[in-house]
Design a protein around this ligand. Structure first.
Ligand code: IMP
Ligand code: MG
Length: 203
């Protein structure tokens, strides 16, 4: 049984001067929601949860680029089973709101046929991106399919989306977050903590 996500929806933000943050980013951030060490500790547990389900061959772990790259790297490094690494590039965001148009880059879904697949995503927001991706993989009849998401923003879920990730790190409030791989127009991915952007940037 996978562990329950940690609910951060009522956690006060940590001031940016209470942790080490690049001066280039400091003024843009309202505060830090989840410090790096907390994220790392939770990913260690998610990797243990994933490892509880044994698979026969190698687990095909697909990283959804670009946002999930740090999460993916940490997660697969701690899964106690052989993992075959793969990546897929998808995107729907422009600024802080989902454009609704999911950009798809070429990916040969046939490689999921008969495999135990783990999709690794940074955040589930409206859920449209993951639902589309999961649908594409299911159509190839994988042996099994699981989804790991570092963050979940349930308040924003599209009413038509029924997909529920198998592993979730943290439930977060309806705020635009950056850091730990997550970006705002391709900035802030290298910020080590998960932080909330200033309102004026996200309006
Ligand atoms: P969805 O299709 O609306 O669930 O969008 C999911 C994608 O939007 C994620 O894979 C992220 O790349 C991006 N996204 C959603 N919320 C945030 C956020 O708060 N910060 C950064 N990226 C986000
Ligand atoms: Mg993403």
């Amino acid at each position: 049984m996978a562990s329950q996500p940690i609910d951060m929806r009522h956690s006060p933000l940590i001031e940016v001067d209470q942790l080490v943050v690049s001066p280039a980013f400091e003024a843009d951030l309202k505060g830090i929601l989840i410090p790096k060490g907390y994220v790392d500790a939770r990913i260690e547990k998610l990797a243990a949860d994933v490892s509880e389900t044994t698979v026969n061959g190698d687990l095909l772990a697909i990283c959804v680029l670009n946002g999930a790259m740090h999460f993916y790297d940490k997660l697969i490094g701690q899964i106690s089973q052989p993992v075959e690494v793969d990546t897929i590039r998808l995107g729907s965001y422009c600024g802080t709101s989902s454009t609704g148009v999911i950009l798809e880059y070429p990916f040969d879904y046939r490689k999921c046929q008969g495999r135990d697949v783990l999709v690794v995503e940074d955040i589930i927001d409206t859920g449209r991106t993951l639902e589309r991706l999961v649908g594409r993989i299911k159509a190839e009849n994988p042996l099994s399919l699981r989804v790991a998401c570092l963050l979940d923003k349930p308040e924003r879920r599209d009413s038509t989306v029924t997909l529920k990730p198998d592993y979730v790190g943290f439930v977060i409030p309806d705020l635009f977050v950056v850091g730990y791989g997550l970006d705002f127009n391709n900035r802030y991915r290298g910020l080590p903590h998960i932080a909330v952007l200033q309102d004026q940037l996200t309006r």
